[in-house]
Design a protein around this ligand. Sequence first.
Ligand SMILES: Nc1nc2c(c(CN[C@H]3C=C[C@H](O)[C@@H]3O)cn2[C@@H]2O[C@H](COP(=O)(O)O)[C@@H](O)[C@H]2O)c(=O)[nH]1
Length: 341
Amino acid sequence: MDGLLTPRESAKFVAENSRDVFIDGGGVRRVAELLLAKASGPELRVGAWKALHELNPRAADEAAVNWVFVIDTLNFSFWSEHDEHKCLVGYRGSTYSGYWSLCAAVNRALDEGIPITSASYYATVTLDQVRHVLRSDTDIPMPLIEERHRILNETGKILLEKFEGSFLNCVRKSDKSAQKLLNLIVESFPSYRDVTQFEGKRISFHKRAQILVADTWSVLEGKGDGCFKDISSITMFADYRLPQILVHLGALKYSDELLEKLLKGEMLSYGNRQEVEIRGCSLWCVELVRDCLLELMKKKGEKTSGEINSILLDYYLWDYARDHREDMKGIPFHRTRCIYY
Ligand SMILES: Nc1nc2c(c(CN[C@H]3C=C[C@H](O)[C@@H]3O)cn2[C@@H]2O[C@H](COP(=O)(O)O)[C@@H](O)[C@H]2O)c(=O)[nH]1
């Protein structure tokens, strides 16, 4: 798209012009040092996607790729007004919240014989059927159910029309380029177009499109159709959890005015200046963490099985945020209700 900055260019531009969000150099180094200790461990490698997460598919076949596609098509806005009252999904003896409640609900539907990962099903699925598939064990439903229904119908129809109903056919049109696949996704599927304005420039974060490329790479274990030669060009995914963990770890700081607003639970609309600064500075912060980590690894002569990239850093930090939810209680996440992240 003409004049549209890539996510990485967008993040750099936002970070250079940000007024309420700041990257802390010392904090960036401390996060890089935290990650250095993990560099040769089991977390910072593509296999962790399956090894650490029981709800993710074990297989690396077409069905698994289509599982990833429907999950990332709905991978947005799980936060609830009051954290103690939220959507929960019980599955195989465990209870899941947030993003994992979506995965549990999809796996539950498949176990019930509902072909929720088949485009021929979700292209015409009804709102009541979507409510049933995504039903919560509490009286709090998953947010934006109507939007999720609309997006399933829209996306399913396009997948049938353009890619014979399988996302693997879309992947195979990307010549094993992550960037080509990213562009194919945002050109083909409107709900993935995470684009806004900042200081007169058109910027993109494409959070769901980038995580879809990353999850496709992960479910295919970086092999075969998933062996993207430029996978390291994908940046972290600008959601609402990574900013929270980066502030908690001291790599990102908010102005007093913004922090006060977030602590009050005030909502920020999608594309609002402060919301863009939070997302852009978080993305740029992780790029700087990655550069610093690679520098530290070189100095230490550290070798790893595969290349450390922003995807693996993002996954690690996202999991870290999940595991340290209690420690992060005092750090607010920004509340934006939208279909993009
Ligand atoms: N930056 C980034 N954001 C991510 C993910 C994931 C899950 N993906 C991987 C994780 C494990 C598997 O390996 C998946 O591949 C979800 N989210 C976002 O977080 C928010 C949900 O948060 P909570 O309300 O706490 O569940 C929401 O915006 C959702 O879009 C990620 O990895 N990175």
